[in-house]
Write a protein that binds this ligand. Structure first.
Ligand SMILES: [Zn+2]
Length: 318
């Protein structure tokens, strides 16, 4: 009796032990424990059609928004240089989300272009062994820059891609990070880049990159400009303007509808138009209380980032 119970207990213990070992091995393979999980996956290179190994995302939580990269408004997974995917055979490199977005014409042109610029290498040569593997990280960045210049990507793309590069170069080459920050500052001043709260986020980034370049006075000016920019009031104003326009149109259609001597067809058009405007107006009023909390949370999140950087600026020599 005692023996059987003891054996059962041992087996259960062995099972738990195996689970722990499996989880530990999984974490080691997937590079991070108790963080966002990324694993190696296979995919076909869109330029040369050969199978290559790339990083894929298994899972992540809202904690990724607290990673250091938030100060460049760059978010997971682009805080990991491994998400600049690269093919060792043809030298094609690109940020994961744009990797397969190529037309047939672009594929053919890139194949010719890269064959003159890249000698086929082994996957090991371009695999990033750790955060200090500067050579592999820079190889990927340089190839991706080459590819994107060749593809003539627009300023909005560069306003994002530059920030990815700045975030990584801050750690491996600060002078290069500053040079890229000067380019990014110009793009932001030209209102380039796509943002959820353009006024606030552009002003913050202009503050942050002036801080990085060393222009503290300008940095302070932009940081306070960013704090003043209130994304919530912007969205409230926009919503109110839409409701007022809709209401004015509704009244106009109503006046037309009740006026005498209107043709039957015109009256039908007025009725349909009135109903559509009424529905749109009601929908805007219904959605407003649901949208506002989202913008309030986002505004608070960005204000915390700005306050952090103002604190850092106050400790930084001119
Ligand atoms: Zn390839």
């Amino acid at each position: 009796m005692y023996c059987a119970a003891s054996r059962g207990l041992k087996m259960r213990f062995a099972k738990i032990q195996n689970t722990i070992i499996f989880f530990a091995v999984f974490c080691i393979i997937s590079r991070e424990c108790f963080g966002a999980l990324v694993v190696e996956e296979k995919c076909l290179c869109p330029v040369c059609d050969k199978e290559i190994a790339v990083l894929g995302v298994v899972s992540f939580g809202s904690y990724v928004y607290e990673y250091e990269s938030k100060y460049d408004l760059i978010f997971f997974p682009y805080d990991d240089p491994g998400f600049i995917w690269m093919c060792p055979h043809c030298g094609y490199a690109q940020a994961a989300k744009y990797f397969t977005v190529l037309s047939q014409k672009e594929k053919n042109r890139l194949k010719d272009f890269l064959s003159a610029k890249w000698k086929p290498a082994s996957p090991n040569d371009i695999s990033i062994k750790g955060p200090n593997d500067v050579s592999a990280i820079e190889t990927r960045f340089n190839q991706a820059i080459l590819v994107n210049k060749f593809l003539e990507k627009d300023d909005n793309f560069w306003a994002w891609f530059n920030r990815v590069l700045i975030f990584h170069y801050r750690k491996i080459d600060t002078e290069k990070a500053k040079t890229l920050a000067i380019v990014e500052r110009e793009l932001l001043q030209k209102n380039k880049g796509e943002f959820e709260s353009p006024k606030k986020q552009r002003a913050y980034l202009l503050g942050e990159y002036n801080r990085l370049i060393g222009d503290n006075k300008l940095a302070q000016k932009y940081f306070y400009q960013a704090l003043e920019a209130d994304a919530v009031s912007e969205i409230r104003t926009l919503n109110t303007v839409l409701v007022v326009i809709n209401f004015a149109l509704f009244v106009l259609l109503l006046v037309l509808w009740i006026s005498r001597g209107l043709k039957k067809e015109t009256r039908i058009v007025c009725t349909i138009g009135g109903i559509i405007i009424f529905v749109l107006c009601s929908f805007s009023l219904y959605m407003m209380p649901k949208i506002i909390p989202h913008y309030e949370n986002m505004n608070n999140y960005h204000n915390e980032i700005i306050y952090d950087r103002i604190k850092l600026l106050n400790t930084q020599p001119e």
